[in-house]
Write a new protein. Structure first.
Length: 112
């Protein structure tokens, strides 16, 4: 009986951790900032995408600094994103993700 109780507790904790991390991975944010750089490229499947670089201000041990972060436009957003250039204002709802320790955003909706 005790082994069954322990396995249920372990299972519950595992499910809770999965839900917690899944929730952290799916974070929508509103971005309203200046585009620092723009690259138009083609992926391995032949689809065009746009990558903007924006600056984000971060703080580490009380020291503020700027870091370049990629904002990606795929499929339906490529045409509208391609009209924007470095120096323009980017206003978009994006999903946030982290891959290999680097943060990036994917455009869900471009705003006027």
């Amino acid at each position: 009986m005790r082994k069954m109780h322990r396995s249920m507790v372990v299972s519950f904790i595992a499910i809770a951790m999965i839900m917690l991390f899944a929730g952290m991975a799916i974070a929508d944010v509103l971005i309203d900032t200046k585009i620092q750089d723009k690259v138009v490229a083609v992926d391995k499947n032949g689809n065009t995408y746009v990558r903007f670089i924006i600056n984000e201000t971060r703080k580490l041990q009380g020291v503020g600094y700027d870091v370049g972060v990629a904002v990606m436009a795929f499929s339906a957003h490529v045409e509208a994103a391609n009209k924007l250039e470095a120096g323009d204002s980017l206003k978009a709802i994006c999903s946030s993700r982290e891959y290999q320790g680097r943060k990036s955003y994917t455009i869900l909706k471009l705003l006027p």
